[in-house]
Ligand binder design. Structure first.
Ligand code: MG
Length: 366
């Protein structure tokens, strides 16, 4: 396997480097030039790409004493995704900027391992070969594993588990007061900032609902969500005969990353084994959509389809950025997303330009 690792300086990218058998041929990052340079010197890829232009120019000078090619700019990640020397692309970019590289990888006929959920949430109407994508998101990896060997007609529904995030059990009054620091303390998972805040609002689970609909070609009615605070069952498939299959493991992203990289084989991963008796009990509950309204808003976007996923992503990115910068409170994240969904005209079969325009409009409006 010759890998292009997109988003190598982020949380999934760094964990992927811990479980790879062979260094990637391509590395990309958005802004973190220092870590990208360190990775390039250590791993000697053929190509590195940085989205940020001025930092990219400096990186090119810094790596001039090495054989590594440096590209930079907004289009460089999509160029990396179609790099001719790579047969496999792991898209671990965070956010909507992952969409164009996903489309580029699919168009170039690469094997795509996808951690970037926004590609599917925004790009659902444009994704043609969804069944060939190997999911990296832990829930979708679990579903993918539980679906091995299944006949499509035998699937009754998919059940995504949700930890409930940092504020599970909080009231609206308590949520009013929470800080970015508290929201960034996820109880079970080690992840990047954006997805950790999205977990605290449950927007992440709404994204994952749409992601499951696209990946597994399921209608809205066939994807359910259940709270499971222990994060041991990563998701389930219920079959028409009433059987449910679940995938269990300790919460460690290196396992779904490793599985995507080695699929269909299973190879040892540096993950602590799950001790069932030490774990004791596993619990389940209905998510609280009245307190965590982002989930209900994402469900509304999932049912509407078209460009509404793009509205959800654009508004979500801008609102979370404002929350992390201390400009708005936690509950304003959902208010801003709701306003964007209300104000975005539905385009049922959007083009790529329609989708990118919707994202930009909703970002600006937030
Ligand atoms: Mg997930």
């Amino acid at each position: 396997m010759n890998l292009a690792l997109l988003g190598s300086t982020g949380s999934v990218g760094r964990q992927a480097l811990e479980v790879l058998d062979k260094p990637p041929l391509v590395l990309t990052a958005s802004k973190n030039a220092a870590l990208l340079e360190e990775q390039a010197r250590r791993l000697q890829p053929r190509l590195v790409c940085l989205e940020d232009e001025s930092a990219g120019r400096n990186l090119k000078t810094a790596l001039a004493d090495t054989p590594v090619t440096v590209r930079y700019g907004a289009e460089s990640a999509a160029e990396a995704a179609s790099f001719s020397g790579a047969d496999t692309v792991l898209n671990a970019i965070s956010g909507v900027t992952g969409l164009l590289p996903t489309l580029a990888a699919l168009n170039a006929g690469k094997r795509l391992l996808l951690a970037n959920k926004e590609s599917l949430v925004c790009g659902a109407p444009l994704i043609r070969k969804a069944r060939e994508i190997i999911p990296v998101d832990s829930e979708h990896s679990a579903v993918f594993q539980c679906l091995q060997g299944a006949e499509p007609d035998s699937v009754k529904r998919v059940i995504l588990t949700a930890s409930g995030g940092a504020f599970r059990g909080f009231s609206r009054e308590q949520l009013e007061q929470v800080t970015p620091e508290a929201a960034l303390r996820h109880p079970t998972w080690r992840m990047g900032k954006k997805v950790t805040i999205d977990s605290a609002t449950l927007l992440n689970k709404g994204f994952e609902l749409i992601e499951a609909m696209v990946l597994f070609a399921l209608p809205y009615e066939k994807v359910s969500i259940v709270l499971h605070p222990e994060s041991i069952i990563h998701s389930l498939v219920e079959y028409t005969d009433g059987a449910m299959l679940a995938q269990l493991a300790v919460p460690d992203m290196r396992l779904p990353i490793r599985y995507a990289l080695t699929y269909p084989a299973r190879k040892p991963a540096p993950v602590r084994p799950l001790d069932l008796t030490a774990q004791g009990s596993l619990t389940f509950a209905e998510p609280d959509r009245e307190t965590f309204r982002c989930l209900a808003l994402a469900e509304r976007a999932a049912q509407a389809g078209g460009n509404m996923g793009a509205a959800l992503c654009g508004a979500g990115e801008a609102a979370v950025e404002a929350f992390l910068a201390g400009r708005v409170g936690f509950l304003e994240i959902e208010e801003r997303i709701e306003r964007s969904l209300d104000n975005t005209p539905l385009i049922e079969n959007p083009s790529l330009d329609d989708i990118l325009d919707t994202v930009e409009m909703c970002k600006r409006a937030c």
